[in-house]
Design a protein around this ligand. Structure first.
Ligand code: FE
Length: 293
């Protein structure tokens, strides 16, 4: 067994996206702050409607996947393929933008808390131009693994492998083989899971305090903690308990050229993406809706 340890911390910075939604960006805050295949992680969390009401009006994406995980609040998604979807607490939207999509993500509330995450997951060159697809995953369809010590894990993507058994999430079969777990630890409990060697792994503590690995290195609050290679991830919660996202995926190892919402391999492909957006070609491309049963 090779436990992974905390190797690098990418602090989150205050950022604003869409029409002015305030958020914390850790991964993706700069081109050097990526963790292949993960491009970006934004956390939005506010009780002040002024921070989120403007939402994310129509905008394009090409070349990667966006994953929205709501904790609190209500957002409505609408895309150029004519699809709409509502995201409420605990719901996930997994959107494979690939060749391209134009969509909006708008708050459906004028008061209260809006809280959640958006992750950007890269696609390999051979999949960047496949047709766009998306799936809405209801909170009720996301399995929760519960251990004897009270640790609960929502398995959004991939398979959670623990000594007590395995739990498969609704998203699987992607080439980056992502694992997306929301780990909820009561005070002074620990969580341990196997993650294949060679996969990139990072953690994001969004509540409480936690330490990582056998050395118990502290995982800073609201920061992406990138782990060293190994086959096991171990997290221990402090006295107040903790909630930690665990993301793992197979690195792609290809060059990345990003221009805002377009992530391709070369500058020429970015220029093509801009041209295709301006000509309306991205907005006209079909979007496949995948139903997750
Ligand atoms: Fe978007």
């Amino acid at each position: 067994m090779t436990p992974r340890s905390l190797q690098r911390v990418i602090a989150s910075v205050a950022a604003s996206d869409g029409a002015g939604v305030k958020l914390r960006r850790s991964l993706g805050a700069s081109p050097l702050a990526r963790h292949d295949p993960f491009l970006m992680l934004d956390e939005f969390y506010s009780d002040d409607p002024d921070d989120y009401l403007a939402g994310f009006p129509a905008h394009p994406h090409r070349g990667f996947e966006t994953v929205t995980y709501m904790l609190d609040g209500h957002m409505r998604h609408r895309d150029s393929g004519g699809n709409t979807g509502d995201l409420g607490p605990g719901d996930v939207q997994w959107m494979t933008a690939a060749r391209g999509i134009v969509h909006s993500e708008m708050p459906q509330q004028t008061a209260g808390r809006m809280r959640g995450f958006q992750l950007w997951l890269n696609l390999p060159a051979k999949e960047k131009m496949k047709p766009a697809a998306y799936r809405d995953i209801a909170a009720a369809d996301i399995p929760v693994a519960e251990a004897a010590n009270g640790v609960r894990v929502k398995v959004i993507a991939g398979t959670l492998e623990q000594s007590g058994g395995t739990t498969a999430g609704p998203i699987h079969g992607l080439s980056t083989d992502p694992r997306y777990f929301d780990v909820m630890l009561p005070a002074r409990t620990s969580f341990e899971a196997s993650v294949p060697e060679g996969y990139s792994v990072f953690l994001y503590a969004y509540e409480g305090e936690a330490t990582v690995g056998d050395e118990r290195k502290p995982l800073p609050y609201r920061a992406a903690g990138l782990l060293s290679d190994g086959d096991t991830v171990r997290i221990e919660a402090g006295g107040a308990g903790a909630r930690v996202l665990l993301l793992a995926g197979k690195p792609i190892g290809e060059p990345i050229v990003q221009y805002g919402p377009f992530v391709m391999n070369t500058r020429e492909e970015i220029e093509q993406a801009i041209a295709d957006y301006q000509s309306g070609a991205i907005a006209k491309a079909p979007v496949r809706r995948i139903r997750t049963a």
